[in-house]
Design a protein around this ligand. Structure first.
Ligand SMILES: Cc1ncc(C[n+]2csc(CCOP(=O)(O)OP(=O)(O)O)c2C)c(N)n1
Ligand SMILES: [Mg+2]
Length: 332
Protein backbone atom coordinates (compact mmCIF):
# COMPACT_ATOMS: atom_id res chain seq x y z
CA UNK A 1 0.00 0.00 0.00
CA UNK A 2 1.44 3.39 -0.95
CA UNK A 3 1.94 5.74 1.99
CA UNK A 4 -0.10 8.82 1.23
CA UNK A 5 -1.96 11.50 3.03
CA UNK A 6 -5.09 13.40 2.08
CA UNK A 7 -4.92 16.94 3.49
CA UNK A 8 -7.79 17.69 5.84
CA UNK A 9 -6.91 21.18 7.01
CA UNK A 10 -3.76 23.05 7.90
CA UNK A 11 -3.34 21.13 11.14
CA UNK A 12 -4.62 17.69 10.35
CA UNK A 13 -3.90 15.10 7.72
CA UNK A 14 -5.13 11.55 7.54
CA UNK A 15 -2.64 8.93 6.55
CA UNK A 16 -3.47 6.07 4.22
CA UNK A 17 -3.82 3.51 7.04
CA UNK A 18 -6.56 5.61 8.64
CA UNK A 19 -8.34 6.06 5.30
CA UNK A 20 -8.27 2.33 4.64
CA UNK A 21 -9.57 1.67 8.16
CA UNK A 22 -12.49 4.07 7.57
CA UNK A 23 -13.28 2.26 4.30
CA UNK A 24 -13.16 -1.12 6.07
CA UNK A 25 -15.45 0.11 8.87
CA UNK A 26 -18.07 1.48 6.47
CA UNK A 27 -18.06 -1.81 4.60
CA UNK A 28 -18.32 -3.74 7.89
CA UNK A 29 -21.40 -1.72 8.90
CA UNK A 30 -23.00 -2.28 5.47
CA UNK A 31 -22.41 -6.06 5.54
CA UNK A 32 -23.49 -6.34 9.18
CA UNK A 33 -26.80 -4.70 8.31
CA UNK A 34 -27.33 -6.68 5.11
CA UNK A 35 -26.83 -9.85 7.16
CA UNK A 36 -29.20 -8.65 9.89
CA UNK A 37 -31.83 -7.81 7.24
CA UNK A 38 -31.57 -11.39 5.98
CA UNK A 39 -31.76 -12.85 9.49
CA UNK A 40 -34.83 -10.71 10.20
CA UNK A 41 -36.52 -12.07 7.06
CA UNK A 42 -35.79 -15.60 8.34
CA UNK A 43 -37.39 -14.82 11.71
CA UNK A 44 -34.09 -15.06 13.59
CA UNK A 45 -34.36 -11.43 14.74
CA UNK A 46 -37.57 -10.07 16.24
CA UNK A 47 -38.87 -6.65 17.29
CA UNK A 48 -37.72 -3.49 15.58
CA UNK A 49 -34.74 -3.26 13.25
CA UNK A 50 -33.77 0.19 11.94
CA UNK A 51 -31.06 0.05 9.30
CA UNK A 52 -28.36 2.70 8.87
CA UNK A 53 -27.51 1.73 5.27
CA UNK A 54 -26.57 4.92 3.37
CA UNK A 55 -25.53 6.88 6.48
CA UNK A 56 -22.28 4.99 7.25
CA UNK A 57 -19.94 7.92 6.50
CA UNK A 58 -21.43 9.95 9.37
CA UNK A 59 -20.71 7.48 12.18
CA UNK A 60 -17.35 6.40 10.79
CA UNK A 61 -16.03 9.90 9.98
CA UNK A 62 -17.23 11.42 13.26
CA UNK A 63 -16.14 8.64 15.61
CA UNK A 64 -12.75 8.41 13.87
CA UNK A 65 -11.64 11.67 15.56
CA UNK A 66 -12.63 10.67 19.11
CA UNK A 67 -10.34 9.46 21.88
CA UNK A 68 -11.13 6.30 23.90
CA UNK A 69 -12.16 8.39 26.94
CA UNK A 70 -14.79 10.37 24.97
CA UNK A 71 -18.47 9.50 25.37
CA UNK A 72 -20.96 8.53 22.65
CA UNK A 73 -24.72 8.27 22.89
CA UNK A 74 -27.24 7.69 20.12
CA UNK A 75 -30.81 6.73 19.21
CA UNK A 76 -32.28 3.45 17.93
CA UNK A 77 -30.57 3.47 14.48
CA UNK A 78 -27.42 2.54 16.35
CA UNK A 79 -25.62 -0.37 14.64
CA UNK A 80 -23.28 1.91 12.67
CA UNK A 81 -22.22 3.96 15.69
CA UNK A 82 -21.56 0.82 17.76
CA UNK A 83 -19.42 -0.78 15.04
CA UNK A 84 -17.51 2.46 14.39
CA UNK A 85 -16.78 2.63 18.15
CA UNK A 86 -15.26 -0.83 17.91
CA UNK A 87 -17.89 -2.91 19.73
CA UNK A 88 -17.44 -6.59 18.96
CA UNK A 89 -19.47 -7.71 15.92
CA UNK A 90 -20.13 -11.16 17.44
CA UNK A 91 -21.67 -9.62 20.58
CA UNK A 92 -23.60 -7.07 18.50
CA UNK A 93 -25.12 -9.68 16.20
CA UNK A 94 -25.93 -11.89 19.21
CA UNK A 95 -27.77 -8.92 20.77
CA UNK A 96 -29.91 -8.57 17.65
CA UNK A 97 -30.70 -12.30 17.94
CA UNK A 98 -31.69 -11.80 21.61
CA UNK A 99 -28.97 -14.16 22.84
CA UNK A 100 -27.26 -14.14 26.26
CA UNK A 101 -23.87 -13.43 24.63
CA UNK A 102 -25.15 -10.11 23.27
CA UNK A 103 -23.66 -6.77 24.34
CA UNK A 104 -26.77 -6.17 26.49
CA UNK A 105 -27.15 -9.86 27.43
CA UNK A 106 -29.95 -10.25 24.87
CA UNK A 107 -32.27 -7.94 26.79
CA UNK A 108 -31.90 -4.81 24.69
CA UNK A 109 -32.02 -5.88 21.06
CA UNK A 110 -31.20 -3.73 18.06
CA UNK A 111 -32.25 -0.42 19.65
CA UNK A 112 -30.29 -0.78 22.88
CA UNK A 113 -26.71 -1.60 22.02
CA UNK A 114 -24.34 -0.42 24.75
CA UNK A 115 -20.84 -0.99 26.09
CA UNK A 116 -19.89 1.15 29.05
CA UNK A 117 -16.25 -0.02 28.85
CA UNK A 118 -16.07 1.81 25.52
CA UNK A 119 -18.04 4.80 26.84
CA UNK A 120 -20.79 3.85 24.40
CA UNK A 121 -23.97 4.69 26.33
CA UNK A 122 -26.52 3.26 23.87
CA UNK A 123 -28.92 2.93 21.85
CA UNK A 124 -32.21 4.70 22.97
CA UNK A 125 -35.71 4.13 21.60
CA UNK A 126 -37.54 7.28 22.67
CA UNK A 127 -37.02 10.00 20.09
CA UNK A 128 -34.93 12.76 21.72
CA UNK A 129 -35.12 10.93 25.06
CA UNK A 130 -31.36 10.40 25.22
CA UNK A 131 -30.46 14.07 24.80
CA UNK A 132 -30.89 15.01 28.50
CA UNK A 133 -28.70 11.97 29.31
CA UNK A 134 -26.11 13.29 26.85
CA UNK A 135 -26.14 16.62 28.67
CA UNK A 136 -25.83 14.77 31.99
CA UNK A 137 -22.76 12.95 30.68
CA UNK A 138 -21.25 16.29 29.64
CA UNK A 139 -22.04 17.78 33.06
CA UNK A 140 -20.21 14.82 34.66
CA UNK A 141 -17.22 15.43 32.38
CA UNK A 142 -17.11 19.06 33.45
CA UNK A 143 -17.74 18.35 37.16
CA UNK A 144 -15.15 15.58 37.37
CA UNK A 145 -12.61 17.42 35.20
CA UNK A 146 -12.45 14.49 32.76
CA UNK A 147 -10.35 15.08 29.64
CA UNK A 148 -13.28 14.10 27.42
CA UNK A 149 -16.06 15.34 25.17
CA UNK A 150 -19.55 13.94 24.54
CA UNK A 151 -20.79 13.17 21.04
CA UNK A 152 -24.59 12.85 20.82
CA UNK A 153 -26.15 11.53 17.60
CA UNK A 154 -29.85 12.03 16.82
CA UNK A 155 -32.16 12.41 13.83
CA UNK A 156 -33.90 15.40 12.27
CA UNK A 157 -37.18 14.27 13.86
CA UNK A 158 -35.69 14.56 17.36
CA UNK A 159 -35.21 18.31 16.87
CA UNK A 160 -39.01 18.78 17.08
CA UNK A 161 -39.12 17.29 20.59
CA UNK A 162 -39.15 19.49 23.70
CA UNK A 163 -36.27 17.59 25.30
CA UNK A 164 -34.04 18.61 22.41
CA UNK A 165 -34.60 22.30 23.19
CA UNK A 166 -34.17 21.87 26.94
CA UNK A 167 -30.93 19.97 26.30
CA UNK A 168 -29.44 22.60 23.98
CA UNK A 169 -30.42 25.33 26.39
CA UNK A 170 -28.79 23.76 29.47
CA UNK A 171 -25.69 22.71 27.50
CA UNK A 172 -25.23 26.34 26.45
CA UNK A 173 -26.02 27.80 29.88
CA UNK A 174 -23.52 25.47 31.53
CA UNK A 175 -20.96 25.74 28.71
CA UNK A 176 -20.70 21.93 28.46
CA UNK A 177 -18.23 19.92 26.33
CA UNK A 178 -20.79 18.36 24.02
CA UNK A 179 -21.26 18.03 20.26
CA UNK A 180 -24.84 17.66 19.07
CA UNK A 181 -24.64 15.76 15.77
CA UNK A 182 -27.95 15.77 13.90
CA UNK A 183 -28.19 13.19 11.09
CA UNK A 184 -30.66 14.83 8.73
CA UNK A 185 -31.80 11.99 6.47
CA UNK A 186 -34.82 14.03 5.28
CA UNK A 187 -37.45 11.87 7.02
CA UNK A 188 -38.76 10.97 10.45
CA UNK A 189 -40.55 7.66 9.82
CA UNK A 190 -42.75 8.48 6.77
CA UNK A 191 -42.84 12.24 7.30
CA UNK A 192 -40.60 14.54 5.27
CA UNK A 193 -38.72 17.23 7.19
CA UNK A 194 -40.57 19.92 5.23
CA UNK A 195 -43.91 18.63 6.59
CA UNK A 196 -42.84 18.32 10.22
CA UNK A 197 -40.34 21.09 10.92
CA UNK A 198 -40.83 24.85 10.61
CA UNK A 199 -37.09 25.22 10.07
CA UNK A 200 -35.78 23.00 7.27
CA UNK A 201 -32.14 23.63 8.15
CA UNK A 202 -31.50 21.93 11.49
CA UNK A 203 -28.54 24.25 12.14
CA UNK A 204 -30.99 27.15 12.42
CA UNK A 205 -32.41 25.58 15.58
CA UNK A 206 -29.06 25.92 17.39
CA UNK A 207 -28.87 29.67 16.78
CA UNK A 208 -31.58 30.47 19.34
CA UNK A 209 -29.32 28.98 22.01
CA UNK A 210 -26.20 30.79 20.74
CA UNK A 211 -24.57 27.45 19.90
CA UNK A 212 -22.19 27.56 16.91
CA UNK A 213 -23.56 25.32 14.15
CA UNK A 214 -22.52 24.08 10.74
CA UNK A 215 -23.64 21.67 8.05
CA UNK A 216 -21.49 18.96 6.47
CA UNK A 217 -21.84 16.49 3.60
CA UNK A 218 -22.80 13.27 5.41
CA UNK A 219 -22.18 11.17 2.29
CA UNK A 220 -18.45 12.05 2.25
CA UNK A 221 -16.45 10.35 5.00
CA UNK A 222 -13.42 12.62 4.55
CA UNK A 223 -15.59 15.76 4.75
CA UNK A 224 -17.21 14.41 7.93
CA UNK A 225 -13.82 13.67 9.46
CA UNK A 226 -12.50 17.10 8.51
CA UNK A 227 -15.45 18.96 10.03
CA UNK A 228 -15.54 16.82 13.15
CA UNK A 229 -11.79 17.05 13.63
CA UNK A 230 -12.08 20.83 13.92
CA UNK A 231 -15.27 20.78 16.00
CA UNK A 232 -14.06 18.15 18.47
CA UNK A 233 -10.73 19.99 18.99
CA UNK A 234 -12.62 23.24 19.62
CA UNK A 235 -14.98 21.63 22.13
CA UNK A 236 -12.10 19.80 23.80
CA UNK A 237 -10.30 23.09 24.29
CA UNK A 238 -13.25 24.46 26.27
CA UNK A 239 -15.41 26.31 23.74
CA UNK A 240 -18.72 24.97 25.08
CA UNK A 241 -21.26 23.09 22.95
CA UNK A 242 -21.29 22.82 19.15
CA UNK A 243 -23.99 21.66 16.75
CA UNK A 244 -23.31 19.86 13.47
CA UNK A 245 -25.87 18.80 10.87
CA UNK A 246 -24.91 15.93 8.57
CA UNK A 247 -26.83 15.92 5.29
CA UNK A 248 -27.46 12.27 4.62
CA UNK A 249 -30.01 9.68 3.49
CA UNK A 250 -31.21 6.22 4.51
CA UNK A 251 -31.68 3.82 1.60
CA UNK A 252 -33.94 1.38 3.45
CA UNK A 253 -37.32 2.07 5.03
CA UNK A 254 -37.64 3.55 8.51
CA UNK A 255 -37.80 0.08 10.01
CA UNK A 256 -38.45 -3.38 8.56
CA UNK A 257 -41.77 -3.63 6.73
CA UNK A 258 -42.00 0.04 5.68
CA UNK A 259 -43.83 0.27 2.31
CA UNK A 260 -42.10 3.64 1.67
CA UNK A 261 -45.07 5.31 -0.04
CA UNK A 262 -43.76 8.69 1.07
CA UNK A 263 -40.87 8.81 -1.40
CA UNK A 264 -40.10 7.77 -4.98
CA UNK A 265 -37.67 5.04 -6.00
CA UNK A 266 -36.11 7.68 -8.26
CA UNK A 267 -35.19 9.76 -5.21
CA UNK A 268 -33.60 6.75 -3.50
CA UNK A 269 -31.66 5.92 -6.69
CA UNK A 270 -30.31 9.45 -6.95
CA UNK A 271 -28.86 9.25 -3.43
CA UNK A 272 -27.52 5.73 -4.07
CA UNK A 273 -25.45 7.18 -6.92
CA UNK A 274 -23.58 9.14 -4.24
CA UNK A 275 -23.09 6.02 -2.13
CA UNK A 276 -20.46 6.86 0.53
CA UNK A 277 -18.73 3.48 0.23
CA UNK A 278 -18.57 3.28 -3.59
CA UNK A 279 -17.45 6.89 -3.95
CA UNK A 280 -14.73 6.46 -1.32
CA UNK A 281 -13.56 3.19 -2.88
CA UNK A 282 -13.05 4.99 -6.21
CA UNK A 283 -11.14 7.81 -4.51
CA UNK A 284 -8.83 5.34 -2.74
CA UNK A 285 -8.15 3.50 -6.02
CA UNK A 286 -7.70 6.71 -8.07
CA UNK A 287 -5.21 8.04 -5.55
CA UNK A 288 -3.24 4.79 -5.55
CA UNK A 289 -3.95 4.11 -1.88
CA UNK A 290 -5.60 0.77 -2.67
CA UNK A 291 -5.66 -1.39 -5.80
CA UNK A 292 -8.46 -3.71 -6.93
CA UNK A 293 -6.76 -6.73 -5.38
CA UNK A 294 -6.48 -5.05 -1.98
CA UNK A 295 -10.12 -3.93 -2.12
CA UNK A 296 -11.09 -7.55 -2.87
CA UNK A 297 -9.06 -8.73 0.11
CA UNK A 298 -10.79 -6.23 2.46
CA UNK A 299 -14.21 -7.29 1.15
CA UNK A 300 -13.36 -10.96 1.79
CA UNK A 301 -12.16 -10.24 5.33
CA UNK A 302 -15.27 -8.21 6.15
CA UNK A 303 -17.57 -10.88 4.70
CA UNK A 304 -15.78 -13.50 6.78
CA UNK A 305 -16.12 -11.43 9.99
CA UNK A 306 -19.87 -11.11 9.42
CA UNK A 307 -20.31 -14.82 8.62
CA UNK A 308 -18.53 -15.62 11.89
CA UNK A 309 -20.78 -13.14 13.75
CA UNK A 310 -23.99 -14.69 12.37
CA UNK A 311 -22.77 -18.20 13.24
CA UNK A 312 -21.83 -17.03 16.74
CA UNK A 313 -25.29 -15.48 17.20
CA UNK A 314 -27.07 -18.58 15.89
CA UNK A 315 -25.13 -20.93 18.14
CA UNK A 316 -25.29 -18.79 21.29
CA UNK A 317 -27.74 -19.76 24.08
CA UNK A 318 -30.97 -17.93 24.86
CA UNK A 319 -30.84 -15.95 28.13
CA UNK A 320 -31.66 -18.01 31.19
CA UNK A 321 -35.25 -17.33 32.39
CA UNK A 322 -33.70 -16.38 35.77
CA UNK A 323 -31.97 -13.46 34.00
CA UNK A 324 -35.38 -11.77 33.88
CA UNK A 325 -34.83 -10.80 37.52
CA UNK A 326 -31.33 -9.39 37.03
CA UNK A 327 -30.39 -5.82 36.05
CA UNK A 328 -33.70 -4.37 37.21
CA UNK A 329 -34.57 -1.94 39.98
CA UNK A 330 -36.52 -3.60 42.78
CA UNK A 331 -37.80 -2.52 46.14
CA UNK A 332 -37.98 -5.01 48.98
C1 LIG B 1 -41.18 10.38 21.82
C2 LIG B 1 -41.39 9.47 20.66
N1 LIG B 1 -42.34 9.77 19.75
C3 LIG B 1 -42.55 8.96 18.69
C4 LIG B 1 -41.80 7.83 18.51
C5 LIG B 1 -42.01 6.96 17.29
N2 LIG B 1 -40.89 7.17 16.37
C6 LIG B 1 -39.90 6.28 16.31
S1 LIG B 1 -38.72 6.76 15.22
C7 LIG B 1 -39.52 8.16 14.82
C8 LIG B 1 -38.93 9.10 13.80
C9 LIG B 1 -37.72 9.84 14.23
O1 LIG B 1 -37.04 10.38 13.12
P1 LIG B 1 -35.60 10.95 13.17
O2 LIG B 1 -35.34 11.59 14.49
O3 LIG B 1 -35.43 11.80 11.97
O4 LIG B 1 -34.63 9.67 13.08
P2 LIG B 1 -34.42 8.63 11.89
O5 LIG B 1 -35.40 7.52 12.13
O6 LIG B 1 -34.65 9.35 10.61
O7 LIG B 1 -33.03 8.15 12.04
C10 LIG B 1 -40.72 8.24 15.53
C11 LIG B 1 -41.67 9.36 15.37
C12 LIG B 1 -40.83 7.53 19.49
N3 LIG B 1 -40.04 6.44 19.40
N4 LIG B 1 -40.63 8.37 20.53
MG1 LIG C 1 -34.64 11.36 10.12
Amino acid sequence: MATQTIPLNQNAEVNSDKLVEMFRQMLLIRRFEEASEEAYAHGQIGGFLHLYIGQEAVAVGAISVLQPQDHIITAYRDHGHAIARGLDTNALMAELFGKSTGVSHGKGGSMHLADVSKHFWGGHAIVGGHLPTAVGLALAVQYQHQDAVVLAFFGDGATNIGLFHESLNLAAVWHLPIIFLCENNLYGMGTAVSRASAAERMVDKACGYHIPAQQMDGMDVVAVRQTMDEVVSTVRSGSGPHFVEALTYRYRGHSMGDAQRYRTSHEVKEWEERDPINVFQHILIDQGILNDKQVGQIIREVNHEIEVAVKFAEESPEPDPEALYQHIYVED
